[in-house]
Design a protein. Structure first.
Length: 303
């Protein structure tokens, strides 16, 4: 008797594209579960600003990797690959299809293709780069990366200093571009993948982003950030929605300006997400409203 193939459907796309609602409808249709590939939804303390599925959605469909880590825990793509593959091995004992949903390209890529392994760099180099960031600012890091590795500059979240520093330390230590180490080793998986890219048109996406930020503020994002200030040095909080409000609390600008910056930076981030996914050349694109077409496409791939 032939063993039935297992399929991982990837629902990728920019923030606020409608991935979560779509994924829940697909999970209900295929009677399956959702693995979150959002690098901030792991953290129990970060709720409003990460747009986690709400209590009703979590009740409808079993989710993995939501509220699994504390904000001061180190958790990267390598950790996620190991944990996600372990969960999938367990899930596929009972189900033939599972969903991986999110906008964190590095985490999705880790599950699909494995994680690249880099050389170790001297601690002092990392300290020097962090000190340069403190003294010269984020724009200096961005320009350094553009000079050293323009390929990765066009892929990375440019508002994430730790990712830029990680790339620069590899560039400095090896004399080679960080992107040259991104070999995509294509680890063997015991499941097939159906990677989908969810892409609303730009006007719709930007309106969704602006409306979401307004809703987050009404839900109490500022109060959430106030409670998390004690963790302000953690990398998890150096992300859109949190860093702008921390800057407001530090008196760098007023609240309306902070909110507008969140909207602007989120739009910028969404654009970079789309660029990254499109450059992978492995995702079939759909709008979030194409539920019927997406179901038919998934079924066609399983035949």
């Amino acid at each position: 008797m032939l063993q039935e193939s297992k399929y991982l459907v990837v629902i990728a796309g920019p923030t606020a594209a409608g991935k979560s609602d779509l994924a829940i409808k697909l999970a209900e249709h295929f009677n399956t579960v959702i693995l979150s590939a959002d690098s901030r939804q792991f953290y129990k303390e970060m709720n409003i600003g990460t747009a986690k599925p709400d209590a009703e959605q979590l009740k409808r469909i079993q989710h993995y990797f939501i509220n699994t880590k504390h904000i001061d825990e180190l958790y990267g793509a390598g950790h996620f690959e190991k944990d996600a593959i372990a969960e999938l091995n367990s899930i596929f004992k009972e189900k033939n299809i599972a969903l991986l949903v999110g906008g964190s390209g590095l985490y999705i890529n880790a599950v699909l293709n494995g994680v690249d392994h880099f050389v170790e760099v001297p601690d002092q180099l990392r300290k020097d780069l962090n000190q340069a960031f403190i003294e010269k600012g984020l724009s200096w890091l961005q320009e350094e990366l553009k000079t050293k590795d323009e390929v990765y500059y066009n892929q990375v979240d440019l508002n994430n200093p730790q990712r830029i520093i990680r790339a620069l330390e590899i560039c400095y230590h090896t004399g080679k571009a960080y992107s040259s180490f991104l070999t995509k080793s294509n680890n063997v998986r015991n499941f097939k993948t159906i990677p989908l890219l969810i892409t609303p048109n730009r006007e719709v996406l930007y309106k969704r982003i602006n409306d979401r930020v307004d809703l987050m503020m009404k839900k109490g994002l500022l109060d959430e950030v106030k409670k998390l200030q004690v963790y302000r040095d953690q990398n998890a909080l150096k992300t859109v929605g949190y860093k702008e409000l921390i800057a407001f609390l530090d008196g760098e600008y007023n609240l309306p300006t902070a909110v507008e910056k969140i909207k602007q930076h989120t739009r910028n981030y969404a654009k970079r997400q789309l660029t990254w996914f499109r450059n992978q050349n492995q995702f079939d694109a759909f709008s979030p409203e194409q539920l019927t077409e997406i179901i038919q496409f998934i079924e066609s791939k399983r035949r």
